[in-house]
Design a protein around this ligand. Structure first.
Ligand code: SF4
Length: 231
């Protein structure tokens, strides 16, 4: 009998939040949580690895590279507590993958429908840049997530770094050049062929300059939702 994907994901998330395998990242995430940004000085930071968010039964996985120091490393929910996350969850809500446009903290009532959000590396890295060794150390968690999500058919890669991480992990060769809206078919660890859909990252660098507009992000998320509901 197949194991319930939500149970596997629950076990995975519990293992992730206990992990201390990368000394540099453990030190950084805890230092940031102790020192805090002045505007958040009254808050208790999460300061631990950040698991994915959303049901294990989802067919769509939206993937970033790693948590932000004062975003998810503060709130404990991936892509929550910074401008990138505001953009992401508003878009997921507009295309019907979330029950509300706001992701503020872990008790805010947010639910995702047929969609999970995660990251290739689970701890906030200095300069938003994990080393290749740290990425590889965290890769078994990604593998477990991709295996547990039995219905997974679509991975949205948010930004070129996430795209490089997921295509390396899946052994995609040759690797098509990253671009907004680019789609790549790949064999997923759950045994199914699926589609990687590329999106520019909703960083302020991209959203302030108009490199990524809300319409562009919605277009990718709507396409992911469509592919994810195709079965
Ligand atoms: Fe563990 Fe991943 Fe965090 Fe490294 S990045 S300490 S492997 S959870």
């Amino acid at each position: 009998m197949a194991v319930d994907p939500n149970l596997l994901i629950e076990q995975l998330d519990a293992d992730i939040v206990r992990c201390r395998a990368c000394p540099r990242l453990v030190a950084w995430r805890e230092d940031v949580a102790a020192e805090k940004r002045a505007s958040y000085r009254t808050e208790t930071y999460w300061g631990r690895p950040v698991p994915g968010f959303g049901p294990g039964t989802a067919s769509v996985l939206v993937m970033g590279l790693a948590p932000a120091a004062h975003g998810a490393n503060r709130t404990g929910r991936v892509f929550t507590g910074d401008r990138s996350g505001d953009w992401l969850y508003r878009s997921l809500h507009r295309v019907g993958l979330a029950n509300q446009p706001l992701s503020a903290h872990i008790d805010d009532g947010l639910e995702l429908f047929n969609c999970r959000v995660g990251a290739a590396v689970r701890c906030a890295p200095p300069g938003n840049a994990p080393t290749p060794e740290e990425r590889d150390t965290c890769a078994p968690f990604l593998q477990r997530e991709l295996e547990a999500m039995a219905r997974l058919r679509v991975i949205v890669a948010l930004g070129n770094f996430a795209y490089q991480a997921i295509t390396s992990h899946l052994g995609v060769r040759p690797r098509p050049r990253f671009g907004h809206g680019v789609e790549v078919v790949a064999r997923f660890p759950n045994g199914h062929d699926g589609t990687i859909v590329c999106s520019y990252h909703p960083s302020q660098q991209n959203t302030f300059t108009g490199t990524l507009t809300e319409e562009m992000l919605d277009s990718v998320m709507a396409r992911a939702a469509q592919l994810g509901s195709a079965e």
